[in-house]
Design a protein around this ligand. Sequence first.
Ligand code: ISL
Ligand code: CA
Length: 599
Amino acid sequence: MTVDINSKIKDIYNTRVGKDLLDKILLQLGKGSEYITNPLVGNIKLRSIQKLVGRSLPDSFFDALLTLVNSDQLTDKEIQEEKRQAIAPVEHAWWKEAVFYQIYPRSFCDANGDGIGDLAGIISKLDYLEDLGVNALWLSPIYDSPMDDNGYDIRDYRKILTQYGTMEEFDTLLAEAHKRGMRLIMDLVVNHTSDEHEWFQKALTDPEYEDYYFFRDKPNNWTSYFSGSAWKQFGDKYALHLFSKKQMDLNWDNPKVRYAIYDMVNWWLDKGIDGFRLDVINFISKQEGLPDGDETIAKMMGYCGVERYFYGPHLHEYLKELRANTFDKYGAFSVGETPGVGMNMAKMLTGSQRKELDMIFSFDVLESPGHSRFDDYQYDINYFKKYMIDWMKHYGNNCWMSIFYNNHDNPRMVSKIGEPKYNTQIKKLLAGMQMTMKGTPFIFQGDEMGLENYQFNSIDEINDVESKGYYKELCEKMSEKEAFKIILAGTREHARVLLPWDGPFKGQKADPSILHFYRNMIKLRRQNPVLVYGDFRVIDDLAEHFVYERYDDQNSFIIDCNLGKSIKKGYFPEGYHQIITHNRHPEMEPYEIRIWMKG
Ligand code: ISL
Ligand code: CA
């Protein structure tokens, strides 16, 4: 169905992409979906929406929205297939059964003592990881790079960063991981390259290469994620960079670019790696002509231009082509990093019958409604509950989700919840839920040690390109002290402090009781396929309580979680015994978790 300015809000909400967009807007405004499903609002025509918001919105706002909604043109046959697959039995796959562990090489383990993590350090900790029980590793970028964005700015895809080690060491790492039954996936950063990459250097002078990137005589109004315009001047031309000034966006509309990327991907797959995590992969297709972004959306989202590329016109086509030319030939796994993508878009990206991606990371779970990463606020773990229930119930059996609380781009979840008195309980609660819900868990390095945010004292301790740019921007509007407070709330640096392997590092200390708990939970998950493939059912999700069951014909686990500070009555299922946790008191402690097993 095609929608236009005379369509009612509920008609837009009834389309797949329209639902995701409106949900995203509501989330941004901190409102629930009841707001739209309420008939008073639902029956308003799009053109009359001004009345609702009490101010006028420019046509460009509606045009941008309608373009996206109408860009979804699944055929009836595809829709039928999606419905059929959603209730078909879940297909088995190693990556559904795996427990992943993300390594951020720079801050994982430093073997040669220069203060920077390295490949030798990772190799030295493989036994530790095996002992922890994880059986798949995701390596953030280790490629040659000028390190403007810690390696997400790649200069040479086929070389290892000298600071990290050599290709021989990489080969050893891969072989040693496989020896231990661990899969290894790499980071694939192909929305952009470093400005020092050979292609970009050639593009500056050689017309053959100019079309590898986006060069324009005049910049449009898009902004970069790392402050300021998304355009950098080179001579009399400007080149597009959605991220840092040294990360130039590749032009995927040029088939030469796409096939050069596929060659490189296959070069790594030939080495025997097991798949990739695909960096901001939903940004690769930009709307033709790179039209200006809408200012209203820009204000809402904090970045200008997003709606022109976060779900671009050729995204599905390019992902299918990428997969057919690379991953599928090797049976390799793919997980996309896809900021801004909602559940319906995710279904189209990951439905197994569509052959695009195997899984995605959906980020709307990481901040409570109405908040963004740099807000100093307390994350509501009951929002996490609501979000996970929704996805576990509605994502469908042919789609598979990832379960994670943070990564190298986010402060640690436990600190965001912000109840220091209960941190030990909260860390166990998070681990317990992560290992018993439906989806593939991704542990971020240090979570298992119980690490929290780091108390930086000054901006000089922060190396991250995003934080540095944002701090400068903030200082134009406020005092340095106020600016630093905002940086402290959201900086990615929290997740980039070297792990404290031998006693405290920079004041951070590992907590052995948390490590022990993770080990037990990971073991439980890996020994019980019902925790992977079993059904999910909510027993109680009232107030700050969360009781759920994972079950199949023979097995059942019941997980009882207190998601708040008040004492709750525990749930005592008959015919079950408690495992891993041992508190039989009728009342549950703040943030306590209990794991019950049938039999
Ligand atoms: O899109 C965002 C906000 O809406 C960002 O948080 C975005 O999700 C994120 O910055 C993208 O991250 C990935 O690509 C970046 C790199 O700096 C990150 O480390 C990486 O994870 C550019 O390659
Ligand atoms: Ca080192």
